[in-house]
Each structure stands twice: as C-alpha cells, then as structure tokens.
Design a protein. Sequence first.
Length: 62
Amino acid sequence: MPNAYIDGPKIEIVETKRALVKEVTDAMEKAYKFPRQAYIVTFTETAPENVGVGGVLISDRK
C-alpha cells in the first residue's frame, strides 16, 4: 500500500486537511492505479520553534 507523508507546520482548519488528503489520494490513485482504499496519507505537524534552517529556528526568522 502506497504511503504519503506530509511534514510541515500545523494546518488549523480540518477542511483544509480533508481537501489535501483527497488531492494527494487522487494523485496517487492516478499514478498507481490501485483502489482508493490502498492509500495512506499521514500528517506530521511540526511547530516552527522545532525546526531550524540555516542555523536559525523558523520561529526566529522574520
């Protein structure tokens, strides 16, 4: 079963997550040709103070 992992900032609006899961599933179904029930989409939501880029926390960037 194909998996998609979305790692990024928290998405506050559940409708936005629903739409994103549908779009990702649609794309995977088109590519793999398996039934929709075969796909897993997992969100990992990471707060900006827990991610550093270029030696600086994202929460500290302006």
